[in-house]
Design a protein around this ligand. Structure first.
Ligand code: HEC
Ligand code: HEC
Ligand code: HEC
Ligand code: HEC
Ligand code: HEC
Ligand code: HEC
Length: 380
């Protein structure tokens, strides 16, 4: 928690600090240069793909805040990094490698932008940093699906319970005891229900298998029809979150497929209703970690090559998603103790254990050995 605050305050200070570096200034938009080059992607469109992981002046997301990034690196370095950070890391570029390690080894995807396009993108980032300095406004960039909120109902129920108890034993304002017991019973029932729901949304509820607003079946889609997981969970290989698909993605197929073998038209019709009304489908979240834990899919699925079913079970056999692992700290830590790191992986060419492993000095290296069980790796 302290670390997250420190980072937030740092990003605040950075954004409020005086004019940016001379470097950034020299790169302010140059309309002539932009006009000469052939049809180019617009910087806004290009930045759209960065915004998933980077903000300009709104703090760190998955990657560092990009405001003032020109002050931190040479332009040539930046262009190469944006085009292909992975090959720089592979090659052992010192600055790139340090960044990669400092960012929990989250890989940044390569981009097929031309040199000119990348330069235009950098100018755009510089201009946006400058704009922000003129008018600092901080928006909340929250990627999580389920926001936590104060449970007013729980507070009400507890207050009612206390009032009833106090009146029963001390103030004796109400004459009929039956009334006290009724209130006590009702508030206890309500508290019980809330606790049950809370326990469930807090994760750690092995076997949790809620009804979903649309009877969507993984068995049918990922199993029988062999649709790949990443077709719907698009960001699972590159980002912290796997992401849940928007209803518009379902329409890729369900514009044509209007009836299902089991549910007829009723369930598929709900997809069309959602898209037409512009409302998102309110899927009920199954796997959920507390806010103080950092977990990244990219790190596990892309870098660590861990298969989805190790953590989520075999979804191709599930009609309804069920939580099959308890998401406890012990579960994470034990797997890190048992799992060998895949050193054929291109992200590790510069690790010193790699040499030791090759020369036979170390029998095996687990995630624990590379520091995966240090508290601050998982806790903000
Ligand atoms: C999937 C997430 C992701 C996307 C998308 C992404 N980046 Fe990154 N970026 C990162 C991470 C993580 C780092 C830290 C270095 C590392 O781990 O390799 C980083 C680092 C950087 C850095 C170095 C920052 C510094 O403080 O030194 C720059 C510059 C950068 N990214 C630019 C971009 C641009 C421009 C785009 C869009 C074209 C982009 N990134 C898209 C994740 C991402
Ligand atoms: C056709 C799209 C589609 C495909 C393909 C798909 N999923 Fe899903 N997935 C969804 C939707 C929609 C939800 C949310 C509704 C639900 O939980 O059933 C979801 C939910 C999930 C969840 C639960 C998320 C949570 O915590 O609420 C997991 C885990 C998951 N999918 C894993 C997978 C895996 C693993 C595969 C590949 C074997 C896969 N999915 C293939 C659409 C898809
Ligand atoms: C090492 C364990 C692990 C692996 C491997 C893994 N997941 Fe997850 N997954 C989790 C955890 C933990 C959460 C809860 C994350 C949270 O609450 O922040 C989660 C959440 C999800 C969600 C809910 C939405 C979200 O992004 O939080 C989906 C969908 C999902 N996983 C799909 C997948 C798919 C698809 C794969 C394989 C390509 C996969 N997962 C591999 C552990 C894993
Ligand atoms: C790549 C194609 C594809 C995508 C994308 C897709 N579906 Fe389907 N869906 C199918 C097929 C094929 C069927 C089987 C139709 C049948 O029963 O003949 C189906 C059937 C269904 C059914 C009816 C099941 C039954 O047996 O009655 C529902 C409900 C459904 N899909 C929901 C969704 C939702 C929600 C999404 C988006 C998250 C989605 N689908 C995305 C191909 C797709
Ligand atoms: C099925 C095994 C497995 C489970 C379960 C698992 N992990 Fe991991 N984890 C790995 C592997 C393998 C790596 C190594 C990835 C790599 O090569 O850097 C890893 C790496 C990590 C790292 C990066 C460590 C480093 O040194 O940079 C973090 C952080 C992490 N895991 C968090 C978690 C959390 C939090 C959970 C539980 C919610 C969890 N993991 C559950 C297998 C697992
Ligand atoms: C590999 C990931 C990982 C590492 C390393 C890790 N934790 Fe945790 N920790 C978790 C997860 C996941 C939870 C949430 C478990 C839950 O909700 O029951 C958690 C929960 C906690 C809690 C709250 C307990 C609770 O019941 O909610 C404390 C305190 C804690 N960890 C302390 C530590 C300390 C101290 C260390 C270092 C010795 C550490 N953790 C290392 C993953 C990790």
């Amino acid at each position: 928690m302290g670390k997250a605050w420190a980072k937030f305050i740092l990003s605040l200070l950075l954004t409020m600090a005086g004019p940016i570096s001379p470097l950034a200034k020299a790169q302010s938009p140059d309309p002539v240069a932009t006009a000469i080059s052939a049809p180019m992607r617009s910087p806004q469109d290009m930045f759209f793909s960065c915004a998933r992981c980077h903000s300009i002046g709104k703090g760190k997301l998955i990657g560092p805040d990009l405001s003032d990034v020109q002050a931190r690196h040479e332009e040539a370095w930046l262009i190469e990094f944006i085009q292909s950070s992975t090959s720089m890391i592979e090659r052992g570029d010192k600055v790139a490698l340090e960044l990669f390690l400092a960012n929990k080894k989250l890989p940044m995807p390569d981009h097929d932008f031309t040199r000119e396009e990348t330069q235009a993108l950098l100018r755009y980032i510089a201009a946006e940093s400058k704009k922000l300095k003129a008018n600092p406004k901080f928006l909340d960039n929250d990627f999580s699906l389920a926001p936590h909120s104060t449970n007013w109902l729980a507070i009400l129920a507890i207050s009612l319970l206390l009032l009833a108890l106090v009146d029963l034993f001390f103030t004796k304002f109400l004459k009929y005891r039956g009334l006290h017991f009724l209130v006590i019973l009702l508030s206890l029932a309500l508290i019980g229900r809330i606790l049950n729901e809370e326990a469930v949304t807090l994760g750690n509820s092995l076997g949790y298998e809620p009804d979903q607003p649309i009877k969507f079946s993984h068995k049918l889609h990922a199993g029988e029809n062999k649709i790949s997981c990443a077709y719907c969970h698009t960001s699972v290989y590159e980002s912290k979150h796997a992401s849940i698909p928007p209803a518009t993605l379902c329409l890729n197929c369900h514009n044509l497929i209007r009836t299902g073998a089991n549910t007829g038209e009723a369930e598929i019709e709900k997809i069309h209703e959602a898209v037409e009304s512009g409302k998102s489908v309110k899927w009920v979240r199954v796997y959920n970690l507390p806010d103080h834990v950092f977990f990244s899919h990219a790190q596990h699925v892309q870098v660590g090559k861990v298969k989805c079913d190790k953590c989520h079970g075999d979804l191709t056999q599930m009609g309804r998603v069920q939580q099959v692992t308890d998401l406890s700290m012990g579960w994470c830590v034990n797997c890190h103790r048992d799992t060998k790191v895949d050193f054929d992986n291109k992200y590790y060419t510069s690790y010193k254990q790699h040499e030791a492993l090759k020369s036979g000095g170390l029998a095996q290296v687990t995630v624990n050995d590379i520091g995966g069980n240090n508290c601050q790796k998982c806790h903000y």
